[in-house]
Design a protein around this ligand. Sequence first.
Ligand code: ADP
Ligand code: MG
Length: 364
Amino acid sequence: MAKVSFRNVWKKYGDMPAVKDLNIECPDGSFLSILGPSGCGKSSTMRMVAGLEHITAGDILFDEQRINDLAPKDRDVAMVFENYALYPHKSVYENMANPLKLRGQDASRIKERVTAAAKLLEISQLLERRPQELSGGQKQRVAIGRAIVREPKLFLFDEPIAHLDAKLRAHMRGEIKHLQRSLGTTMIYVTHDQLEAMSMADTIAVMHEGELQQLGSPREVYNNPVNAWVAGFVGEPAMNFVDCNVDQRGEKTAFVHPNFNIAVTDEQARILSAQSKQKTVRMGIRPDALAISLDQPAGEHLKGQIYVTELLGGDMIVDVELAGERIRVKTAPEFEGEEGQTCYMTANRDKWHAFSKETGQAFF
Ligand code: ADP
Ligand code: MG
């Protein structure tokens, strides 16, 4: 087990930076997820940790020991990729035993470890099969088994379940999280799927275009995104954004838009007056923070027209038009609004976010 530190780490391919000045501390035994869209530098980061890619600048440390110049085999990390790279002609047992054989471990010890890992992953009955006789999920378990028999210092999982079907992915999320908790081995887990990161990680590192945007617990990243990009990337359906003016309304500061006029809290007003020179901000609200109704509420509200409704099993998503812009509201399936009807939305004031229109930085 190891603490992993990234200190001002850069990766460049020619002149093109793929990872820019990355700084992350991943505590011993914790589960770090690197989250971001395709091409943001996740795999490059993992490959530098594994020793498969040269570190252009900066340092990577395991327990405060710089590992930049260590050969991959001396780093004691085990990696699982999306394509599990199993040997097609070897049995499941031989695939899992291979890393231990290569290290010259004796046969009885190998058997003990493979048997224990197979039991943990519930693949004991598959040990004699060959990879082509396995389903995608089973193959992925074998790949994970091959990683855990080594009892490495660190797991590096790079989109290991991205290609599995939705149901199996949901199952494997729980399995991998449980496995990491029970082994206590430090895990760096790469994914482009915010739901995976949110549901599994202790800490999420959100990356965009090679840069770390935010490092925090799933709750922090969801509730207090540092900028509009993170706010829009984390959460499904995505956060709604509406540009509006910040105006004084008597004593109060309010978000003003053709379809609403909503006073902010005193604390929010203080932040806006201190930080924003602009009169226009990008207001953000999550679909599940809005309550929707066909009856006009007495208090402050947003007014819109229902564009379309989508029933998603236990939830309904309502798309609402606000003066040419579209927002989404998550509500109960009993909601009876129809396309074209006028509707009203309310939200707790502490659920509003505001971002700079210029830089995207969060005011709150
Ligand atoms: P991710 O895993 O987040 O999809 P990658 O780390 O694979 O992102 O890639 C980050 C950027 O670096 C991309 O623009 C990609 O095209 C580029 N890149 C990755 N590997 C190489 C390589 N071997 N040579 C040149 N460019 C690369
Ligand atoms: Mg990748």
